[in-house]
Design a protein around this ligand. Structure first.
Ligand code: NAG
Ligand code: NAG
Ligand code: NAG
Length: 969
């Protein structure tokens, strides 16, 4: 039967036929179907990540797992792969040929693993690889031939390993004719000695953080093709070695962190002074800086940038730079400057015509003030004073830079911004004051900033926006006020911001919003961020007019995470007016209820996120999404949803991406999913899906859909101790109804088939016998009612062995021997030839008044005789006539008789006549027999027989049991 049910289930499940869709450990990117993310899945074998990916996968990121080793041909089934990330896996070994068949692979990231060596053939076949990342491993050597297959390699990262032999590495790179970028920083190199040359193509060589002591290369032309060389943080003090190698083709040399005399180096080598990065060379004395400028002057060309980071410079004085050639970018970051003093004075004359960018980050600047000097740095367009300790910015602090375009004062401790601090900056486009300690801002602060497009005050302590404070900022596009202490907005808060497009008010303490607050910006505003404020509603009543009523241009609205308990209630028509809205963020708002019509106006909405909004609302109101005909992405992770209903999800015909993870879904309603005709991505992670018959349809759908189900093969059911999987749980029991009917239809046949051989074997004769009995009964009934007119006086039932007695004694005595004469029915004589024997017997018995049984041992053993007795006694039950006259030819003891219990039964009830061997007694025998034959059925006999009949309802079948009881007595 189980076979049958399995067959049935197979048929039911396979009628639609299609491929399953979903990957055990990877997520296919929605925007790039060739891209598979398999990170942080605790995978310890690469096959469990990639085995089920399609052949045309192009990018796989399996970083952050525990794949300890890669075996031969791990990616053979992915010939189209272009990018493979395997970093942070604790990988220890890679077998030869592991990347076989990846002929098109371009990027391979093996960084941050535990690789100690690479065998010769690991990279076999990677002829198209252009980028190889092996940084942050434990490599100490690389085999001479390992890199040879990488004919097209452009960039090789070997940082943070334990490589000690430069010679060996250069040897392994000999065949890489296109290599242009090699990073060997942070290894154990102590010498650059090698008889071999670098690949001709190599132009960038990074050797920082090793133990190099000098330029101990072989031959003066070793670096002739190298443009960028990083030797920082080594132990180079031997300057004379730089004389042995030509550096004149270098365009960028890094030497910071070495203890060497840079001017001596410039003297002995052919390095061009402007190609050196002067950072980190302890150039902190004025004399050194002046000397540097003199060297630079020798190049006799204008300088694009001068980098002077990390030189411990404490003070800038006006005599420092006059000797320098014109410079466009000056970077003084990571020094110890407390003041930039009179910048214009310091960077005067020659420099001032050219300087465009001044960077003084990570210093100790604490005060920016006006300099009475009248000179201007007319070209200066960009200033960055980030990461300092600036407390105050005084009036006219940037008077010297009238053409300034960007000013970065962020990440300081500015508490005081003078109302006139930014005076004169008529060309300023971007002002960053974020991450300071400002509490108040005034209209006057912005008096001259009519060109400003971006203003950032994020993370200050501003608590009040005075009416009209921004009214001079008519060009402003982006205003960032996030992370302040603003409690309320007024109608004048944004006055004059006639071009404002992006307004960030997140992380404040705003409690109420009203459409009038946004009236100044309603024609232009496109992005509004109100997340993390204190907006909340406690009643559904329509007392609140829709707050975004006139923001018809806004396409992105963020309202997530209202403090402390979320929006709670979203009143009716809350989003009215947002006709252009495309993205709406409502996550992290413990929503207790929302009006069913809130989203009705959002006909353009494409993205809606309501994650982490559980706690309260159990299911979404019916019809809530009814107008969202353009919605393509819906994120409802952890939204407390219990059921999927047509009323809620019915109209989302454009929906492609549905995130339902971490909900209370146990049963997935298939009709809902089937109505989402555009669905391509469904996430049901961490839902307590049940493996019951209610999900049978869902299982079927899972196995037939065109939708990617995130980690489909990992969904387990909440079914006790034996974990089973939603995609494969046993649904056979669910087909029981059908099965039951099939069972009913087939079981009897099967049973019969099973039993027949058994019955045939064991009870052939019994069956046959009962069959005859049945026939006799039928024919007897048919006969009933006929006039009782007997052809014979007695039917003689005997065994053929006793025929001689019948013919010699019985027939002569009864048919011829004297009065009265009887007519006997003998089968050899009176049976109709050609008639079926059983019918002859039945006829014989019924056409005779009596049946004489001639009983001997042989007789008892004979089936026919037994039947004849039975048929005769049948008349007893049917006609209430005892027709049986038993004659014993030999004495048969009771115990032998017991084997023939039917006979015994008859014997017990009837008197019988025994054939005496003694001829004298035979007279009596014949007399008795004639008496019996003559006798009709007396009343007394009838009564006796009735009693017997009553006691033996079914003597044929029950007698056996009764006999045994009797025997036991
Ligand atoms: C990959 O192949 C499948 C069919 O085998 C196709 O449906 C799919 O669009 C292909 N994906 C890419 C990225 O080519
Ligand atoms: C290898 O790169 C070349 C040039 O980009 C390209 O034409 C070729 O198809 C690539 N080979 C494979 C197997 O992708
Ligand atoms: C710039 O420096 C030179 C000396 O190199 C000096 O003569 C000149 O006065 C300075 N200019 C200003 C504006 O300070």
């Amino acid at each position: 039967m189980s076979l049958l049910r399995a067959l049935l289930a197979f048929v039911l499940l396979n009628t639609q036929g299609a491929a399953a869709y979903g990957f055990r450990n990877c997520i296919q990117s929605e925007s790039n179907p060739g891209y598979f993310k398999c990170m942080q899945r605790f995978i310890n074998s690469i096959s469990s990540a990639v085995d089920d990916l399609p052949r045309n996968a192009t990018v796989i990121n399996a970083s952050l797992n525990s794949i300890k080793s890669l075996s031969y041909g791990s990616f053979r089934h992915l010939p189209e792969l272009k990018i493979l990330h395997l970093s942070k896996n604790g990988m220890e070994s890679i077998e030869a040929g592991a990347f076989e068949n990846l002929l098109g692979l371009e990027n391979l990231n093996l960084s941050c693993n535990l690789l100690t060596n690479l065998s010769r053939d690991v990279f076999r076949g990677l002829a198209n690889l252009t980028l190889l990342l092996l940084n942050n491993n434990h490599l100490s050597t690389i085999h001479w031939d390992t890199m040879n297959p990488l004919q097209n390699l452009l960039e090789l990262d070997l940082q943070f390993n334990s490589l000690g032999s430069f010679k060996e590495i250069v040897g392994s790179l000999q065949r890489l004719e296109r290599l242009r970028w090699l990073n060997m920083c942070n290894n154990n190199l102590s010498s650059l000695k090698t008889e071999l040359s670098l690949p001709v193509s190599l132009s960038s060589l990074f050797l920082c953080n090793n133990s190099l002591k000098g330029m101990d290369t072989d031959g003066p032309h070793f670096l002739k093709n190298v443009k960028v060389l990083d030797l920082s943080f080594n132990k180079i003090s031997n300057v004379s070695s730089f004389a042995t190698v030509s550096l004149q083709n270098l365009s960028d040399l890094q030497l910071k962190g070495n203890d060497l005399d840079i001017f001596q180096l410039l003297d002995v080598s052919d390095l061009q002074p402007h190609c050196l990065d002067y950072s980190g060379l302890q150039l902190n004395k004025s004399s050194q800086l002046i000397k540097m400028c003199q060297y630079l002057q020798r190049s006799n060309r204008s300088l694009h940038h001068l980098l002077l980071q990390r030189n411990n410079i404490r003070k800038l004085s006006s005599n420092l730079f006059p000797a320098c050639p014109p410079i466009q970018i000056l970077d003084l970051s990571r020094n110890r400057l407390r003041s930039v003093g009179c910048v214009s004075e310091i960077l005067n004359a020659t420099m001032q015509n050219q300087l465009r960018t001044l960077i003084v980050e990570h210093n100790l600047l604490n005060d920016l003030r006006y300099c009475s000097n009248n000179s201007r740095l007319e070209q200066l367009a960009h200033i960055s004073f980030r990461f300092n300790r600036i407390l105050s910015v005084r009036s006219y602090a940037f008077q010297y830079a009238p053409n300034l375009q960007t000013l970065h004062l962020n990440i300081n401790t500015i508490a005081y911004l003078d109302k006139k601090a930014l005076r004169g900056l008529r060309h300023l486009v971007e002002l960053r004051l974020d991450n300071n300690l400002l509490t108040d801002i005034y209209t006057e602060n912005f008096d001259d900033l009519s060109s400003l497009r971006t203003l950032n005050f994020r993370n200050n302590h501003i608590s009040v926006l005075f009416p009209g404070v921004f009214k001079k900022l008519g060009s402003l596009h982006i205003l960032d006020l996030g992370g302040n202490n603003i409690h309320r907005l007024t109608n004048g808060s944004f006055e004059g911001l006639q071009n404002l497009q992006n307004l960030y008010l997140d992380g404040n303490h705003i409690e109420n919003i009203h459409y009038s607050m946004f009236s100044a910006v309603e024609r232009t505003l496109k992005v509004l961020d109100l997340r993390g404020n204190k907006i909340q509603y406690i009643s559904m009543k329509q007392e609140h007019p829709p707050p975004f009523l006139n923001l018809h241009q806004v396409y992105d609205l963020k309202l997530q995470g209202q403090q402390p308990y979320g929006l709670k209630i979203i009143p009716p028509r809350f989003f009215k007016g947002l006709n252009s809205l495309r993205s709406l963020y409502l996550s992290e708002n413990k929503i207790l209820s929302m009006a069913p019509d809130v989203f009705d106006d959002l006909v353009q909405l494409e993205y809606l996120s309501m994650t982490d909004s559980s706690n309260g609302m159990v299911n979404l109101p019916p019809g809530i999404f009814k107008n969202l005909r353009n919605l393509t992405s819906l994120n409802l992770e952890n939204a407390g949803i219990h059921t999927l209903t047509q009323e809620v999800f019915g109209n989302l015909t454009r929906l492609r991406y549905l995130q339902l993870g971490k909900n209370e879904l146990q049963i997935v309603n298939i009709s809902v999913l089937e109505n989402l005709t555009s669905l391509r991505f469904l996430d049901l992670r961490k839902c307590p899906l049940s493996c019951t018959c209610d999900n049978t349809e869902f299982q079927k759908w899972l196995n037939n859909s065109q939708v990617q189900i995130v980690y489909l093969y990992n969904y387990t059911c909440n079914a006790g101790q034996h974990p089973s999987y939603v995609y494969s749980f046993d649904t056979h029991v669910c087909y029981q109804d059908v099965g039951f009917y099939l069972f009913l239809a087939t079981f009897p046949t099967l049973l019969l088939q099973l039993l027949l051989p058994f019955l045939y074997h064991r009870t052939y004769w019994q069956l046959k016998y009962h069959f005859y009995i049945l026939r006799a009964w039928v024919s007897n009934h048919w006969r009933r009612g006929k006039d009782e007119h007997y052809k014979f006086d007695a039917f003689v039932s005997y065994n053929s062995t006793d025929e001689s007695w019948v013919l010699e004694h019985l027939v002569p005595e009864l048919e011829k021997g004297g009065n009265p004469l009887f007519r006997l029915c003998l089968h050899h004589r009176d049976f109709q030839p050609g008639k079926y024997i059983i019918d002859n017997i039945v006829d014989g018995i019924h056409n005779s008044r009596h049946t004489i049984c001639i009983i001997s041992r042989r007789y008892l053993q004979s089936e026919w005789c037994s039947m004849e007795i039975q048929l005769a006694s049948y008349r007893l039950f049917d006609e209430l006539k005892d027709v049986l006259i038993p004659i014993f030819l030999e004495a048969i003891p009771e115990r032998e008789l017991s084997a023939y219990h039917r006979m015994r039964k008859v014997m017990l009830k009837k008197t019988y006549i025994a054939w005496p061997p003694d001829p004298e007694a035979q007279c009596l025998f014949w007399a008795k027999l004639r008496m019996a034959l003559k006798a009709g059925n007396s009343k007394k006999e009838e009564e006796e027989m009735t009693y017997w009949f009553a006691e033996n309802d079914n003597p044929v079948l029950e007698s056996a049991g009764k006999m045994e009881q009797e025997e036991g007595n």
